[in-house]
Ligand binder design. Sequence first.
Ligand SMILES: [Zn+2]
Length: 50
Amino acid sequence: METANHNVEQLHHFSCAVCGKWWTIGDAPVEKTDWHCPWCGEMNNYESVN
Ligand SMILES: [Zn+2]
């Protein structure tokens, strides 16, 4: 049986404080704490995520 390569992608789940919707970013850089919500475009700060 061959060994297949695979990557474990760490998914970061964000919820928007403005519109309340969720989105997910794979392998998001932990030093980045300000994200624009893809739903409503508002800036959110996730300093407490990591
Ligand atoms: Zn939003």
